[in-house]
Design a protein around this ligand. Structure first.
Ligand SMILES: [Fe+2]
Length: 317
C-alpha cells in the first residue's frame, strides 16, 4: 500500500475545529460556481449563504438576460485551467432554469463530495442511473480546481457530462436536462432543526434544475434526477453515522477508480494543514512575545529577591 494516497481521517468529518480551518482556508479562498447566467434570467435577485457568508447575486439590466455564453473570467482562468476550452464546446445556457430546491442532511460536506467524485457506488446505489450510464467506462479527469467526469464515451459529448468545481459546486448534464448543486457546509444558527446551529455534521444541499421542457416532460426528468439525489442522500447519512461512530478511521484510495476523490481531498488536506501550520506559527510567535514579558517579570523578581536578607537561616524582607 506504500505510495497510495490515504483518505482524510474520519475525525475530519466530525470536528468543529477542522471545519473552522476549512472555512478559512478552503471556502473563503475559493471561486464558487453558482450556475449559468440563465439562472438569473427571470429571477433578478437570488440570495445565497455559503460557509457563513450571506450574499446576493443581482442582474442589473436585461442586456445579459438571454446571453448565450458561459465565460470564465480572467481572474478564474488560472483556478480552472482549460475550463474555457471545455465550455466553448458545450452551450450551458441553452436550457432554461426551471426549479430550485434546498434541504438539509445529517452529513459533513465532504461525505457528499466523496461520493460525487467516484462512481464505484453507482452500480449498487443508482440502479436506474447505471442502466443509462454503465460504470465500466466511467472516468474522472482532474484539472486544477475542477474535475470532469466522462460517464460513457459512446454517448453524445453533452450527455453524461459531470463537472465538479472545488470545493462544493457541481454542474451535471444527464437524463435530458441539467442540474447544478451546491453542498453548503455547516448551515448557520437557526437552520439546524434540533441541532445546536453549529454542526459540521449538517449540510444544506441546494439544487437548481434546467431543462428545455416544461410540464410533464420536465417532471419525468425531475423524478429521475431526484431519485439519484435521494439515493446519494441516504448513502451519505448512513456513511456519516459510521464515521461518527468510529467504525472507520482512515483507508487508502484506489488510484484509478477514486482519482477524483484523491484529487479534491489532496486540495483540502494541503489547505487545512497550511492553515494549521500558519496558526501554530502565529501562536508560537505570540508565546515568544509573552515569554519576553516573562523574562522581564523574572528580572524584577531577581531584584526583589536580592533585597532579601538571610539571617540565621531565615529570609527577611
Ligand atoms: Fe451517487
Amino acid at each position: 500500500m506504500a505510495g497510495l494516497q490515504k483518505t482524510l481521517p474520519a475525525s475530519w468529518y466530525c470536528s468543529k475545529p477542522i471545519y473552522e480551518l476549512e472555512r478559512q482556508a478552503v471556502f473563503l479562498q475559493a471561486w464558487h460556481l453558482l450556475g449559468p447566467v440563465t439562472r438569473y434570467a427571470d429571477e433578478k435577485k437570488v440570495a445565497y449563504e455559503l460557509a457563513g457568508v450571506d450574499f446576493v447575486v443581482e442582474r442589473l439590466d436585461d442586456e445579459n438576460k438571454d446571453r448565450q455564453s458561459f465565460r470564465v473570467t480572467d481572474l478564474a482562468n488560472d483556478y480552472y485551467p482549460g475550463l474555457e476550452a471545455l465550455t466553448d464546446r458545450f452551450d450551458f445556457t441553452e436550457l432554461p432554469f426551471r426549479r430550485t430546491l434546498s434541504y438539509k442532511g445529517r452529513f459533513n460536506w465532504k461525505t457528499m463530495v466523496d461520493g460525487y467524485q467516484e462512481c464505484l457506488h453507482c452500480q449498487y446505489t443508482h440502479r436506474a442511473f447505471s442502466a443509462l450510464y454503465p460504470p465500466e467506462p466511467y472516468v474522472v479527469q482532474n484539472h486544477g480546481h475542477y474535475s470532469r467526469h466522462l460517464a460513457d464515451p459512446s454517448k453524445p459529448p453533452g450527455d453524461g457530462l459531470f463537472l465538479y468545481f472545488f470545493p462544493c459546486c457541481t454542474l451535471n448534464r444527464y437524463g435530458g436536462g441539467m442540474t447544478s448543486f451546491r453542498v453548503c457546509p455547516n448551515p448557520p444558527p437557526g437552520e439546524n432543526e434540533g441541532g445546536d446551529g453549529d454542526d459540521p455534521e449538517v449540510t444544506r444541499m441546494e439544487f437548481d434544475y434546467y431543462n428545455l421542457s416544461d410540464g410533464e416532460a420536465f417532471e419525468d426528468y425531475f423524478r429521475f434526477v431526484r431519485r439519484v439525489a435521494v439515493e446519494d442522500y441516504e448513502l451519505c447519512e448512513t456513511a456519516q453515522g459510521n464515521l461518527a461512530a468510529g467504525v472507520y478511521s482512515q483507508g487508502v484510495l484506489n488510484p484509478v477508480k477514486e482519482n477524483g476523490v484523491a484529487h479534491y481531498q489532496g486540495l483540502v488536506r494541503d489547505r487545512v494543514i497550511g492553515e494549521f501550520r500558519k496558526r501554530q506559527k502565529q501562536q508560537q510567535q505570540q508565546e515568544n512575545r509573552e515569554g519576553h514579558d516573562d523574562a522581564e517579570v523574572a528580572a524584577k523578581e531577581d531584584l526583589a529577591v536580592s533585597s532579601y536578607r538571610v539571617v540565621g537561616g531565615s529570609v527577611l524582607v
